[in-house]
Design a protein around this ligand. Sequence first.
Ligand SMILES: [Zn+2]
Length: 139
Amino acid sequence: MKMEKSGPAKKSSVKNGNGQNSDSKFELIRCERNGVRCKSHLAFINEEYSISETYLQNKEYQKSIEALNEAFYRTYQLKETTCINCAKMFRSTIIRSLEDIQIELKGMSQGLFKTRRYQSSYILAGDVLKSIKEEAKVS
Ligand SMILES: [Zn+2]
């Protein structure tokens, strides 16, 4: 996805079921030098996030979780001081998304239609959440 330096907001932004802009979820607000250093990382984060949403819609939880995990660790590449707060916000958004997935999977792994696939994804969600929350705490 190509990021424009500035200019008017996109007129036709596609909304998904959550009312979020599914095109680029994350924006850097005060990037220095037009975000030269951050642009590629931001594009990667947005891409992984939208990939994770697509997987989620297809109930491919494992891949969805992995994409969020990738996006999470990439936020640490946003190292400009002006962007650190944005990166923190991105991480908490990613954590919230993972928590939503975990809740969804909890029901599916324990419900009437439980399957081994959902159980293992539920465990994966828990493991990933635990380690990224740990990571977010120390950094
Ligand atoms: Zn930046």
